[in-house]
Design a protein around this ligand. Sequence first.
Ligand code: UDP
Ligand code: MG
Length: 136
Amino acid sequence: MSSTEQTLSIIKPDAVERNLDNEIKEMFKSKGFKIVKEKKIQIEKVEAETFYKVHETKPFYNDLCSYLSSGPIVVMVLEKENAVLANRELMGATNPKEATDGTIRKKYGISIDKNSVHGSDSVENAKIEINFFFKD
Ligand code: UDP
Ligand code: MG
């Protein structure tokens, strides 16, 4: 069974800083994703802490939240059949060194922390994350 879903994607500071946002958006579009909402913003560290709360016990949590709030990001709602999984596949593994050819992280990721993109990991979390950035 397949169905149209929405997922949240973030182009992270390392990619925006290198002006890769348009190339990454083209990768999404060429794979059939529709970008239904989009904004370029910079968030406060406390907002990053809320967004990544699921990771609060992890050793990388503080650095992760400092990093996500360190510069402009592009936040998007992507729509496609099975968008959550399709986006995870297009992103590639968390560690760019382990990402396979054709994925965003393989192409653009610098390191496990500067891995260029975020994507929701479930339909349930996608709803929470979309609501976090696009309340209205
Ligand atoms: N991260 C990190 N060090 C690690 C694991 C994760 O800096 O050892 C960062 C990385 O930027 C990752 C984010 O924390 O994208 C969230 O981790 P998660 O396991 O949810 O990976 P993702 O869902 O982004 O692939
Ligand atoms: Mg995750």
